[in-house]
Ligand binder design. Structure first.
Ligand SMILES: NC(=O)c1ccc[n+]([C@@H]2O[C@H](COP(=O)([O-])OP(=O)(O)OC[C@H]3O[C@@H](n4cnc5c(N)ncnc54)[C@H](OP(=O)(O)O)[C@@H]3O)[C@@H](O)[C@H]2O)c1
Length: 248
């Protein structure tokens, strides 16, 4: 009998699979037997993720989630999804007083509106199986704490946790679960876009009780759990993955 933690024969869509956490989630999900569909804008990096996946029938789609036509084309191609993970996201570090309207809108577009509207289309067009699992990458930043210069990013992540709770309630009768992962700092490409010096990052690492920043697999293993039948009675949660940061 398969382990309840297995993803054998599950079809899972990962949005933002070309790098960082989405890439690692795709790799670990495939290692548990899932068939992956990878989405991102950068085809070369999607191919690199694809090449790193074990077994299964995997594929990728080059899609900018902010482009409605290509999202609609993606949705029409998909069917029978057992799981959807949104890991697409961008970050900008800017003091509140200097925030530009365009950049606030851009962060909200990529981190909130586009993934939510894509998943709404998947639900309305019955592309997600019953039972099914939706996992959003939120963050500790916003729902639980924040950093100087992180206002629009924090707002976008709080918005995701807010809508995910209501989605969880409304989609429960369809046996579609909706959960959020709330990582603290994880070493991925995204860190390069945060305008801190290496010294600032190294001293920030001292704040983590379990020692330093997390690794992409720390988040990926939690995603595998939420995608698997082992978590079938769990919906509407915010699972923090933070090395103990928010205990302080
Ligand atoms: N790393 C951390 O410390 C951390 C902590 C908490 C939460 N998170 C959240 O976790 C998620 C993943 O972060 P990460 O560190 O893995 O970042 P990353 O390495 O920069 O990856 C971001 C992913 O999003 C995709 N993406 C961005 N804009 C897109 C668009 N318009 N259409 C389609 N795909 C798009 C990128 O693909 P393309 O460039 O190919 O489009 C890439 O695959 C984000 O939502 C982030 O906010 C990260």
């Amino acid at each position: 009998m398969d382990s309840p933690f297995s993803l054998k024969n599950k079809k899972i869509l990962v949005i933002g699979a070309s790098s960082g956490l989405g890439k690692r989630i795709a790799i670990e999900s495939a290692a548990q037997g899932a068939n992956m569909i990878l989405v991102g804008r950068n085809e070369d990096r999607l191919k690199q993720t694809l090449a790193a996946l074990q077994g299964g029938a995997h594929s990728y789609e080059v899609v900018d989630i902010n482009q409605t036509e290509s999202v609609n084309a993606l949705v029409s191609k998909l069917s029978g999804l057992d799981g959807v993970v949104n890991s697409a996201g961008i970050v900008e570090s800017q003091l509140f007083s200097f925030l530009k309207e365009d950049s606030i809108r851009q962060i909200m577009e990529t981190n909130f509106f586009s993934p939510v509207l894509l998943i709404q289309k998947l639900v309305k067009k019955k592309k997600i199986n019953k039972p099914g699992s939706i996992v959003f990458l939120s963050s500790v930043s916003g729902p639980l704490l924040t950093y100087i210069g992180n206002s629009s990013y924090s707002a976008s992540k709080s918005a995701i946790t807010g809508i995910a709770k209501t989605m969880a309630l409304e989609l429960a009768p369809k046996q579609i679960r909706v959960n959020c992962l709330l990582p603290a700092m994880i070493k991925t490409e995204l860190l390069g876009n945060i305008a801190s010096s290496q010294e600032d990052l190294s001293s920030d690492e001292q704040n983590y009780p379990l020692g330093g920043y997390g690794r992409p697999e720390d988040v990926a293993y939690a995603a595998v759990y939420l995608l698997s039948d082992a978590s079938k009675w769990i919906t509407g949660i915010n699972l923090k993955i933070d090395g103990g940061l928010t205990l302080r």
